[in-house]
Ligand binder design. Structure first.
Ligand code: G6P
Length: 369
């Protein structure tokens, strides 16, 4: 075990630091920025069919469901196709309305989650096209789907998913652009521009990981909190959900993720001096809107921790603590903003003496209902 941890104290920390590499592996041989093309060998036979798909339904559980929610934003924005994201456990029991024109994508690190398998077989019986986005090669989901894309993140040992999640998001980003390409909804120039950005992702993740010392300091300040709220808008909303899930599963601090604007319909009642509120407040499409949400929290004396674009003095001035990530195209935001939240959960859990790699009551793969 010592050797496998490669000098890191926990598998989770090792896996967080492996992300520049795992993301590179997820993209290897799949993007051609100069030609403005994405190649996904596993979907080749279904490339034509993608032109006529009317709707995408994503089924998954846990962290993989969060990757699905991010994918919803990406598929709708870039491929202009309607997407629904479902908890597999709910989908399977409600006699879902699906037909041959639907594409169902199962996202699963293990490829073995019982609810996701059951959801897929129901969709298959109703005639949908089935795709898988899985990490474990040869697992059940890749065997029961028509086509798919492996994430190639490598084995993930920590129960709390980190590198498998960012690889899922990377692959789903590629899939969104691939579907856009098949349906001819983006210009070649736009594809070139987006893929040129995407190619930089592994290096930008490496740069982002340098926030660790700063994140550790913030972890020390909030480690005794009883509750924590994570807020974001757009594709940063599911990132907030995932940040909250990471914190609760490994540190046992109660945490909730919310769309920042929805805060006023409930969570705002919880805010006082004791409440850390983590904002994803990078300089992207809802920047000004998030700023007003920060002001609402500050007005109620909440402690604001903001993940910001490097050099953003405006949000820095209104936050109690900030964590900088590189300035990039919004396409890369979900992966980059996830990194500091993984580190925050990890360091808080270590400071609280929790069993980081094997949190109580949780399993890496849930193969029973
Ligand atoms: C368990 C794991 C989570 C994972 C979820 C779905 O709850 O602890 O990390 O996100 O199952 O697993 P899957 O293998 O389908 O992605």
């Amino acid at each position: 075990e010592l050797i496998e941890k490669n000098g890191y104290e926990h598998f989770m920390l090792k896996e967080i630091h492996e992300q520049p590499r795992s993301i590179k592996d997820s993209m290897r041989g799949r993007i051609y920025p100069l030609d403005g093309r994405v190649e996904l060998g596993g979907l080749k036979e279904y490339a034509e069919k993608l032109k006529n798909i009317k709707r995408i339904i994503i089924v998954s559980c846990g962290t993989s469901w969060h990757a699905g929610l991010i994918a919803e934003y990406l598929f709708e924005k870039y491929a202009r196709i309607p997407v629904e994201v479902e908890y597999a456990s709910e989908f399977r029991y409600r006699n879902p309305i699906i037909d041959k024109s639907d594409l169902v994508i199962a996202i699963s690190q293990s490829g073995e989650t019982a609810d996701t398998l059951a959801a897929l077989s129901i969709a298959g019986l109703k005639g949908a096209t089935l795709f898988g986005v899985c990490n474990v090669v040869g697992s059940s989901i890749p065997r029961m789907t028509h086509a798919g894309v492996y994430t190639h993140a490598g084995p993930e040992i920590g129960v709390a998913s980190t590198k498998a999640f960012t690889s899922q998001v990377t692959v789903l980003t590629l899939m969104a652009l691939y579907v856009a390409q098949q349906r001819d909804v983006l210009s070649k120039q736009k594809m070139q521009e987006l893929l040129t950005e995407l190619e930089k992702l592994p290096d930008l993740v490496e740069t982002t990981l340098k926030c660790e010392d700063n994140v550790k300091k913030i972890a020390g300040i909030i480690k005794n909190a009883n509750n924590c709220i994570f807020l974001g808008r757009g594709s940063a909303f599911p990132v907030a959900l995932e940040g909250a899930l990471k914190l609760k599963e490994i540190s046992y601090i109660h945490a909730e993720g919310y769309p920042a604007a929805e805060m006023k319909h409930g969570p705002i009642a919880l805010i006082d001096e004791q409440m850390p509120v983590v904002f994803i407040a990078t300089n992207h499409s809802s920047y000004e809107k998030v700023i007003s949400n920060i002001q609402e929290v500050k007005a109620r004396k909440g402690m604001v921790i903001s993940v910001i674009s490097e050099g953003d003095l405006k949000v820095k001035a209104m936050s109690d603590h900030t964590i900088e990530i590189p300035v990039t195209n919004e396409l890369l935001l979900p992966v980059l903003a996830s990194i500091p939240l993984q580190l925050l959960a990890y360091h808080i859990a270590v400071m609280r003496n929790c069993n980081v790699d094997q949190p109580r009551n949780l399993a890496k793969s849930v193969t029973v209902e």
